[in-house]
Design a protein around this ligand. Structure first.
Ligand code: GUN
Ligand code: ZN
Length: 449
């Protein structure tokens, strides 16, 4: 039977994605690598992926875009990033609480102005695309208009995005506080307006325990119970002084996680950023709840917060869902490759080793699983949405010198090459980014070795 070619397109290159979690399965069985592959796309979904020589005969009429010597992977998933902090990334000299007061809060006040917020949102989303990030979980500010413009700009780009209005009603300057009932009403309106519109999802987003009263967290929990599909997104146990202050503010909670548990905010659609200072008991309860931790290595290093214990989070006894996150503006790069590079070093400092395949799993299918979106994104299974990136392992003179032959004929060879790319690469290694099968970004200057 002839297959209609009208809405089909195809790509030829090397392909790498994951079919299992390399932290728990034999690594070589969790990786899918096709040295010379063909991916066929129908509309915005993957229809077939296989060796070029086998698959081409089934689709003789379909036009093929070829990326010789490149590597195609699912788009990166950044599960925790602050768009309002784009403009103050790389602010000098402070740890978390002072850094928030000195640099972050004044900037976030500017997002009352919707036109300003839109300019930043637009620049921010374009930064995601040129870094190969196709899905992100994004923090905003207390101003509903700062959420609207982000969702509008994401929709214009057809990006899959999770975001919500930041809730804060204490321990910040007055211009950044909204009383809890007002914020609750605004959240309800935003959920009605944006939840499940196109590729968008909503997250109830109390900033962290310190900036919310018990009343505000209780309303957040009530909202979550009424809208179980909606995510919960916040910070947890990042910095020692933050943990101490939280204990003072919530003296009846035995630990930080319990503050959120008490109000019904810990479940399988909860995303907690950092988790650097967690106790074993908290790791175990996060595992039981099916909640996710966003591992933010560049941020944890930059603010001197500490070393996240990835091995403990991914233990066989109490496995926790972990995704990678840039956490800009405490994070120092929008690049998930740079984020992986620091994740590797954080592991090294603890005598752990993060293999290249494990790292790329966290940045793709691992992130999708952490967000319960693995039925839609994160890998190249048939029926998934065609968000993918074209990686150039020879993007800079040094990368090309290190990797004179860009293609790999075995998993061992591939591991060595992608590792060098992860350590040396950044936005320059992203040749192209496709959103729902459409070209959304293409790198103009390419280096020729
Ligand atoms: N904890 C509460 N707010 C923030 C923030 O904006 N950045 C980081 N890194 N941690 C936080
Ligand atoms: Zn953060």
């Amino acid at each position: 039977m002839a297959i209609s070619v009208n809405n089909l397109k195809a790509f030829r290159s090397s392909f790498l994605d994951f079919v299992g979690d390399p932290f728990y399965a034999v690594e070589s069985e969790s990786v899918r690598y096709i040295a010379d592959g063909l991916m066929v796309i129908a509309g915005d979904q993957i229809k077939a992926l296989g060796p070029y020589e086998q698959l081409r005969a089934h689709y003789p009429e379909v036009a093929v875009t070829t990326y010789p010597g490149k590597l195609i992977m699912p788009g990166f998933i950044d599960i925790h990033v602050h768009y309002p902090q784009t403009e103050m990334i790389a602010a000098y000299g402070k740890q978390l609480l002072e850094w928030l007061s000195q640099y972050v809060f004044p900037i976030e006040g500017k997002f009352q102005d919707a036109a300003y917020a839109r300019r930043v949102a637009s620049f921010f989303l374009d930064q995601l695309l040129c870094n190969g990030t196709t899905t992100a979980v994004v923090l905003t500010t207390i101003f509903p208009q700062s959420v609207d413009v982000l969702f509008e700009e994401a929709r214009r780009r057809n990006m899959r995005l999770i975001a919500g209005m930041m809730m804060m009603n204490r321990n910040a300057p007055d211009f950044l506080l909204a009383d809890a009932p007002t914020a609750d009403q605004q959240n309800r309106e935003l959920i009605q307006k944006w939840s499940h519109i196109g590729r968008l999802s909503y997250a109830i987003t109390p900033r962290f325990a310190i900036t919310s009263t018990a009343e505000a967290l209780q309303l957040a929990g009530k909202l979550k119970a009424e809208f179980p599909d909606v995510y919960v997104h916040t910070h947890l146990s990042e910095n020692v002084k933050e943990v101490e202050f939280t204990a003072e503010l919530f003296p009846t909670s035995p630990d930080y996680l319990n503050v959120y548990e008490k109000f019904g905010l810990v479940g399988d659609k909860s995303i907690f950023a950092h988790g650097v200072q967690l106790t074993d008991a908290e790791f175990e309860r996060l595992s039981k709840a099916g909640a996710a931790i966003a591992f933010c290595p560049t941020s944890n290093l930059f603010l001197g917060s500490g070393l996240f214990n990835l091995e403990k989070a991914k233990s066989a006894a109490h496995p926790v869902n972990v995704g990678l996150a840039t956490d800009v503006g405490a994070g120092t790069s929008f690049s998930m490759l740079q984020t992986i590079s620091d994740a590797y070093k954080v592991a090294q400092l603890q005598g752990q080793s993060l293999s290249p395949f494990k790292a790329l799993f966290l940045a793709t299918l691992g992130g999708a699983r952490a967000l319960s979106l693995d039925d839609k994104i994160g890998a190249f299974d048939v029926g998934k949405e065609a968000d993918f990136i074209v990686l150039d392992m020879q993007a800079t003179p040094l990368m090309a010198f290190r990797n004179p032959i860009p293609t790999a004929n075995s998993l061992d060879e591939l591991a060595e090459k992608i590792f060098a790319m992860m350590i040396l690469g950044d936005d320059r290694a992203i040749q192209a980014t496709y959103i729902a099968a459409e070209l959304a970004y293409e790198r103009k200057e390419t280096y020729r070795y």
